[in-house]
Design a protein around this ligand. Structure first.
Ligand code: TRP
Length: 446
């Protein structure tokens, strides 16, 4: 699938952020900065959400959940995430997520969840301590991968950028999708993890990887004075000013490199060789980080002073997300058999369908400017939905192929069409046959 091709539907990329702490420089360098840039790449449709249901698994302090959700939302917005260009929402605003979680729960083997790393790590810890294996293990921790699967499958994400520790969860989501599709028809896109190795791993104050669990982090939006103080506390060796310093293994150098241009990095390398004092090196690092962070910090502080604005932004994002999740969930409910009991028994309607004819309808979507078509059955129900095309001609050509080759064209055109549920394939084939028995009719609309 090529990201550049404009005749294809966009590549959907979905990123979840658990609001269970304050973002630090490692989060910024390792994820935020890169993701914000990627989010507006051509041919990409981005989803960003605050995984607050996930946060409940770890954090059981309500005030901390609220605070952290606010801080993380403000951080991403301050770093340039544009809610007009991406879908930025809060997981708990999408009530369909827990419902889908249940559907997926019912197609996920318990044995599969037994093998999930996060759960197993807790178990191993307990066993090592000689405790009951399930001590302090909630069912929430056990179900974590299923909730994550629902996040991903709800929006039919193609790519999910994650750290290596999360790859297993994406594979599980893929298995859930496959199992569900096998049972109920092709509803879900199979997601793929995207690990970006180009993304720097930032060392923390003590030289180990910067991580909340090591307590060696530098908050992304610490006030200037605090940032200065923290940078002064980065561990160095005891070499005096004038003595040459090693860049190898120097946390200070590595952090500098994550912010500086290639030339700036080279000149610090030279300064190390020339025996720069640690105090001066730390001052250089502070100034370089502050140069990049200061304008973001200013936006962050403004955002934090106006939580109502952030709340509105998230609710607007939820509305965009729900425009997808609500109809999708309705079709999933139908697929599994949670249906209107009165529907599907009306013989009169079925008869009418034989007389009336199916039709193609071509239209342009205002939201993305692309050209689409649908195949409608005689009652006007959608049987087939195309992906977006760059021009009406391309859409028309695809219709022509369907009219000429009918059912046989479906496999070859899979890339241009939304997945067709197996329960619908027959109806699509029959409609295409019925169309060729008369003059093919195409109507236009918007
Ligand atoms: N589990 C992820 C983390 O801790 C956060 C997350 C929740 C997520 N749901 C997701 C990430 C869906 C990607 C897709 O980092």
């Amino acid at each position: 699938r090529s990201m550049a091709s404009s005749s294809q539907a966009p590549l959907r990329v979905l990123t979840g952020i658990t609001p269970s702490g304050t973002p630090h420089l490692g989060n910024y360098v390792g994820s935020i900065r890169h993701s914000v840039r990627q989010s507006v790449a051509p041919g990409v449709q981005s989803f960003f959400f605050l995984a607050d249901y996930h946060a409940l698994i770890k954090v059981q302090e309500p005030a901390l959940i609220q605070r952290s959700t606010l801080e993380i939302a403000a951080s991403w917005l301050a770093c340039g995430l544009d809610p007009e260009k991406v879908t930025f929402y809060r997981q708990s605003d999408i009530v369909e997520i827990p419902e889908l979680t249940w559907f997926l729960t019912c197609v996920t083997g318990k044995g599969v969840l037994n093998r999930a790393h996060a759960y197993k790590a807790q178990l191993d810890k307990n066993v090592a301590k000689g405790e009951d294996p399930d001590a302090d293990v909630t069912a929430g921790l056990f179900m974590y991968p299923v909730l994550m699967g629902a996040d991903i499958l709800m929006f039919n994400a193609h790519k999910v950028p994650v750290g290596r520790d999360q790859v297993q969860h994406i594979e599980m989501a893929r298995d859930m999708a496959q199992r569900f599709n096998h049972l109920y028809g092709e509803h879900f896109t199979l997601p793929e993890a995207e690990i970006d190795d180009a993304v720097a791993l930032l060392p923390g104050l003590d030289g180990r990887k910067m991580s909340k669990s090591y307590g060696n982090t530098i908050p992304l939006f610490a006030p200037r004075a605090q940032l200065h103080k923290q940078i002064s506390s980065i561990v160095t060796d005891s070499r005096a000013p004038g003595e040459p310093k090693d860049t190898e293994g120097s946390a200070l150098f590595q952090i500098y490199q994550a912010f500086a241009s290639a030339e700036e990095t080279e000149s610090l390398r030279k300064a190390y060789a020339d025996g720069i004092g640690w105090g001066d090196a730390k001052q250089m690092l502070f100034e370089r980080i502050d140069l990049e962070v200061a304008p973001l910090r200013e936006r962050y502080e403004a955002l934090m002073n106006d939580p109502a604005q952030i709340e509105r932004t998230l609710l607007a994002g939820a509305e965009k997300a729900q425009a997808l999740s609500k109809p999708f969930m309705a079709s999933l409910r139908h697929a599994v058999g949670l249906r209107n009991l009165a529907a599907g028994k009306d013989k009169g309607q079925a008869k009418a369908a034989k007389v009336a004819k199916p039709s193609f309808k071509q239209y342009r979507e205002k939201a993305d400017g692309l050209f689409y078509f649908k195949l409608l059955d005689a009652r006007g129900e959608t049987l087939l939905q195309s992906r977006g095309f760059a021009s009406p001609q391309e859409a028309g050509r695809t219709i022509a192929i369907l009219q000429a080759q009918r059912g046989e064209a479906l496999a070859a055109l899979a890339g241009q069409l939304d997945p067709i549920g197996t329960e619908k394939i027959r109806a699509v084939e029959e409609a295409l046959e019925a169309l060729t028995e008369t003059t093919p009719g195409t109507t236009s609309g918007s």
